[in-house]
Design a protein around this ligand. Structure first.
Ligand code: SAM
Length: 430
């Protein structure tokens, strides 16, 4: 019987990238995935604590899995990710967990698995090649973040910024494209500051230019940007390199200067507006997505209205809105969490409904037009893909479109996706 692993993952894109790489490593060692923890030899939780709700899910998952260990099975239960802070304290709290690993410590986890197998007197059986290549691949370019946003626990858990060498990133992108990837998404907590911690200070623009030359790569994306660190060089690279998609992840967090100061974001609302204007002037069809926190300590109704106004004026393509949640160890945790849950929920709902209307209008403008869609899979019998601006598009076809570019004529739109038809298959670029 092959050994089996169960991997539970929540949280950001970085966690998704870590989970994928971990699966790859485990499958190389001969493990096969299962979605039933009871059937697994290895259970791994890759965790997130960005908000209390995420942390509660991790704790719930941990307690539900404790019974597996109590049944006395030969099973290793491992926990990785931002839940892992003070390891001795966690070991005391969760004695049934075999080992804890800091965020992205895939090497440490795989080393543990090798020792665990050896203790059980088993050699790793080299596995079959890993699951089919994905059309869009995530490539971390930096870990951690040097900012100290007063609400954010991620910096505390993931540590200071640590950029990967440019050559290593380019080599990985080459390997993924050779394996079949057509889109590379460059990842970091703050991709705009990439390289500031490396000797020659390479920049995100340098990565964009270097991977743009890879034959067979069609699209390049990057996230997350920081409004304070976005440079004219990055905007220029995005404007002049055709493979770089015109889609920006620019978390604003608040539309009020006093709140931005207390969040320690390092920019003002007018700086943000100006940045959006410069991006749209240089790359007119740009989609701009953002993150917003409502109910930050001390947020007055009038300050919230500034944020709502910014949403209405900017007409973002996507807004991820979160109710503020106190995170231990952050500067803001010392301040009174004085906006009630109901009020946070009301503000969140107001932003969401404004954004739903805006997103519906933006998508409706595509009706009858042709959009270029990179097809990454099937959902409920329809082909699914994304435009260069990262909009979700579905269409029906009996042809195999996986990993191809389709010119889809949009026939129906809603706030979250579009539906269309493909007139004919086109030749894919090489
Ligand atoms: N690096 C990005 C940035 O510049 O903010 C994103 C980091 S964070 C992992 C992802 C999002 O979670 C943030 O943009 C923020 O909106 C939200 N978030 C972080 N801490 C939060 C908190 N304490 N309460 C509610 N939302 C939070």
């Amino acid at each position: 019987m092959p050994r089996r692993y169960y991997l539970w993952n929540i949280g950001c894109q970085m966690n998704r990238a870590d989970a994928y790489r971990l699966s790859e490593e485990l499958e190389k060692r001969g493990y096969q995935p299962t979605n039933q923890p009871e059937a697994a030899d290895l259970v791994v939780l890759n965790t997130c604590v960005v908000r209390q709700g995420a942390e509660d899910k991790v704790i719930g998952r941990l307690s539900s899995l404790s019974s597996l260990k109590r049944r006395g099975r030969e099973l290793a239960l491992l926990v990785m990710g931002c839940f892992v802070d003070d390891i001795p304290t966690l070991e005391a709290h969760y004695p049934y967990v075999d080992a804890f690993f800091k965020p992205s410590d895939i090497a440490g986890l795989v080393q543990f698995v090798a020792h665990w197998e050896a203790e059980q007197g088993e050699c790793a059986a080299p596995g079959q090649s890993f699951a089919p290549p994905k059309v869009s691949e995530l490539v971390p370019i930096s870990y951690g973040c040097d900012h100290h946003c007063t609400y954010c626990i991620v910096t505390l858990r993931r540590g200071r910024q640590h950029s990967r060498p440019l050559a290593e990133i380019v080599a990985e992108a080459h390997r993924l494209v050779e394996r079949g990837a057509r889109e590379i998404m460059l990842l970091g907590q703050n991709v705009d500051a990439y390289g500031s911690d490396l000797p020659d200070h390479p920049t995100l623009a340098d990565i964009l230019r270097a991977i743009h030359n890879i034959e067979g790569l069609w699209r390049i994306r990057f996230l997350t940007s920081h409004p304070k660190d976005m440079t004219p060089e990055i905007i220029e690279a995005a404007a002049t390199l055709p493979k770089v998609c015109e889609c920006w992840e620019l978390p604003v967090q608040s539309g009020d200067d006093a709140l931005l100061r207390r969040m320690a974001r390092g920019y003002t609302v007018s700086h943000f507006r100006d940045l959006v204007r410069r991006i749209r002037e240089r790359i007119p069809r740009s989609a701009i997505n953002t993150d917003i926190i409502v109910g930050f300590p001390g947020e007055m109704e009038e300050q919230f209205e500034h944020t709502l106004r910014l949403v209405q004026e900017t007409r973002f393509d996507v807004v991820h809105v979160a109710a503020y949640s106190v995170r231990p160890g952050t500067a803001a945790s010392a301040w009174e969490d004085d906006v009630s849950l109901e009020e946070k929920e009301r503000r969140r709902a107001l932003i969401e409904s404004a954004q739903t209307r805006i997103a519906a209008e933006i998508n409706a403008a595509h009706l009858g037009q042709e959009v270029e869609v990179l097809v990454d899979g099937k959902q409920k019998g329809r082909w699914r893909g994304r435009t260069r601006t990262n909009k979700l598009v579905f269409f029906e076809s009996t042809e195999n479109w996986l990993g191809r570019l389709a010119q889809v004529r949009v026939t129906r739109t809603g706030p979250w996706s579009m539906l269309g038809t493909v007139p004919a298959s086109i030749n894919c670029p090489t």
